[in-house]
Design a protein around this ligand. Structure first.
Ligand SMILES: C[S@@+](CC[C@H](N)C(=O)[O-])C[C@H]1O[C@@H](n2cnc3c(N)ncnc32)[C@H](O)[C@@H]1O
Length: 387
């Protein structure tokens, strides 16, 4: 990720602008400082860490834009505006980014209750995108939703969509396990999970889990399929066990079968003569419509000063969900930002909560309507109101 070490110096008073970037405010915590940036329609933070006589200026992980060019230019603008003296920098080490945000880079809120009007297939963790791009080229009548969390892979695929003039791909930068939760029931024809990270030491981070498979069956149409391909025998056996515990489906197993297109990972494993396993699951039933979960709004005023005074890093654990109050940032006496993670244990949401003029709002975007989030939001509400 682009970052720079600069000599520590007095910063300009906020707000101020440089080129197309407006730096709105800073919010300070014990560990780091967030600097708010607005650029056209995009809002994100830069993160500044003080160490001895230096500042490290970098992206804020939680809000960083998918298009790295905007981040690079924001870092550059911040350094120039403040006339900071650079000690070391890798800001522009990666070039040739996207010039604009392409229309096929979607927002998670576009998918809440989304029901496509043509066949839709999903690829989870598309990596280099070879398989996704191939599918889209071969099937122009279908739409393909590619879900990834690795931003360089997303940029690469968006660039290829532009270069190859592919119009039937939508790309989403989000945890696929959460995305599936918000999709309409019976809306998807096929889900591909090719070479997921095995996470042998942290199995809770795996894409495939009992919860995931149940949600996958809900969003798949009757006759819809889920295709898991892996080189990990452990992951294959783990998934087989889970598939066996499901009702309303059938599945088949293949070993060392070839696809029309090989991904980079697959080629690497093949060279190493590793076995490749496929598990193909078919959903046999139509599902009920998804239950609507309403995330309660914050209808009373909150007192940031009191919240700040009493803040402790703490986690509240409940059956199936949790809330972690991670950090607090002060903008001024009466406003600031809470850093939170919450929701389901194995696929948490990470958000900021801006408290300004006694009103609160989640950043970088609203909370998704999932039951664990709804319950977590209630805890957050109680916490804010009881201070
Ligand atoms: C081992 S790579 C495989 C990439 C590609 N499918 C292939 O066959 O070359 C796994 C990919 O899954 C992505 N990934 C991991 N967890 C994810 C999640 N929860 N949601 C979306 N993508 C995820 C990773 O960023 C990574 O690009």
């Amino acid at each position: 990720m682009p970052n720079a070490h600069v000599k520590k110096s007095v910063l300009l008073d906020f707000p101020y602008s440089y080129n197309d970037f407006t730096f709105g405010f800073k919010a300070e915590s014990k560990y780091d400082t967030l600097i708010s940036v607005s650029h056209k329609n995009e809002k994100f933070f830069l993160c500044l860490v003080e160490k001895d006589d230096k500042f490290l200026i970098k992206a804020d992980k939680l809000t960083r834009p998918t298009n790295v060019k905007n981040l690079q230019d924001a870092l550059h603008a911040f350094i120039k505006a403040n006339n900071l003296s650079i000690i070391s920098s890798n800001i522009y080490s990666k070039k040739n980014h996207l010039k604009t945000k392409p229309e096929f880079l979607k927002d998670i809120k576009d998918f809440i209750g989304f029901s496509p009007n043509s066949e839709m297939e999903i690829e989870i963790g598309f990596g280099s995108g070879r398989h996704l791009l191939h599918l889209a080229r071969q099937n122009p009548q279908k739409i393909f939703l590619g879900i990834e969390i690795h931003k360089p892979s997303i940029e690469q695929v968006l660039k290829q969509c532009q270069l190859q003039n592919i119009g039937n791909i939508m790309v989403l930068d989000y945890d696929a396990r959460i995305v599936l939760e918000v999709l309409s029931s019976n809306s998807v024809d096929k889900i591909y999970v090719h070479f997921p990270v095995p996470w042998d030491k942290k199995p809770h981070r795996r894409v495939i889990s009992k919860d995931f498979l149940e949600v996958a069956l809900r969003v798949l149409k009757k006759g819809g399929k889920l295709e898991l391909r892996t080189d990990s025998e452990k992951y294959f056996k783990y998934s087989c066990e889970l598939f066996l515990s499901l009702n309303r489906c059938e599945f088949s197993v293949k070993k060392n079968s070839n696809l029309e297109i090989s991904s980079k990972y697959e080629e690497r494993w093949k060279k190493m003569q590793k076995n490749i396993y496929d598990l193909h699951l078919t959903n046999l039933e139509t599902s009920e419509n998804k239950k609507a979960y309403n995330i309660e709004s914050f209808d009373k005023e909150v007192d940031f000063k009191k919240i700040y005074e009493k803040f402790n890093n703490k986690t509240i654990k409940k059956e199936g969900y949790f809330v972690h109050f991670e950090n607090i940032y002060k903008i001024d006496e009466n406003s600031g930002i809470l850093k939170l993670s919450f929701g389901a244990y194995n696929r948490p949401e990470h958000k900021y909560m801006l408290i300004k003029n006694s009103q609160v709002s989640y950043l970088p975007n609203a909370v998704l309507p999932i039951w664990q989030n709804k319950e977590s939001n209630k805890i957050i509400k109680e916490y804010l109101y009881e201070q």
